[in-house]
Design a protein. Sequence first.
Length: 319
Amino acid sequence: MPLLGRSLLDTRILSAKDIDEIFLKADSMQLGRDAIPTGPAPVVCCLFFEPSTRTRMSFQMAAYRLGLEVLTMELSAGSSLSKGETATDTVLNFAAMNPDVLVVRYGSSRELDALLPMLKIPVLNAGSGTLAHPTQGLLDAYTLRAEWGGLSGKRILIFGDVLHSRVARSGFDVLTKLGAEIGVFGPEHLLPSDLNRSDLQPYGIRVFPSLDEALPWADACMGLRIQLERHDARSAAKSDSPSEHLSGSVAANYLSRYGLTVERLKLLKPEALILHPGPINHGVEFAPEVVEDSRSRVLAQVTNGVRIRAALLALILGR
Ligand code: CP
């Protein structure tokens, strides 16, 4: 599927061949300042209705490295959202200014899910509710491919709050298309209630009863934070975590039952890799020492995020 002039709202529209083409483009990206073409630069508009550090800054970094102009509306202050304007109207107004690409992050919104595919301007999904985070799924797979050369037959464990994770959903899709096997582990109330349901069934996901059993199986493991902002009252009530913040004792209990502790690091293969999409809650899903482990590729993911987003922008804009 050529991306020229197209949106990328979900990785499910991509074939394994498309993903490979994105990765080859990412491999070939010249991200130095001297690579910037001359002439009027296309404009990328970033609209983040939810907080972000990595995705937002790496889209901006990628765009600057390509010599594009970037407009980012600060939604927390100074936008008309504070006067009651809806997210849908905000997107429509931005689209009416005819930028060359829109980058949009948002929480669960049926209105935006329906609107974005209808826009005439290409849209890159920077994370939508619990549904999809295509650029994260691609950069995670790209990071593993950089280490292994390919993902065929590799076993990837995703653990933590899988239920509320758009990263996990895009990961299931991209990683399995590239031939990897997926395992998951997490507290029962934070796993999709039926991993055999139709949207997840094609992925053939293995559910592990414990992290101790799952870690020796994995060639790579990816931790997920508890996404409290997406927990509804029901899952919060079932949870042994409070709805707002994890207190010290609850965090310690979660880490010992479900998290990657220093002791559990010993269960991982010596050559296994450790990923996390961020933000990390140190002392909850990961012991503070985990990111220091030589097998951690957490910052390589961030570096590769710029490369993948630059590749997608370049493919969409035909640069
Ligand atoms: N991984 C990720 O989406 O991080 P941010 O929320 O900081 O963008």
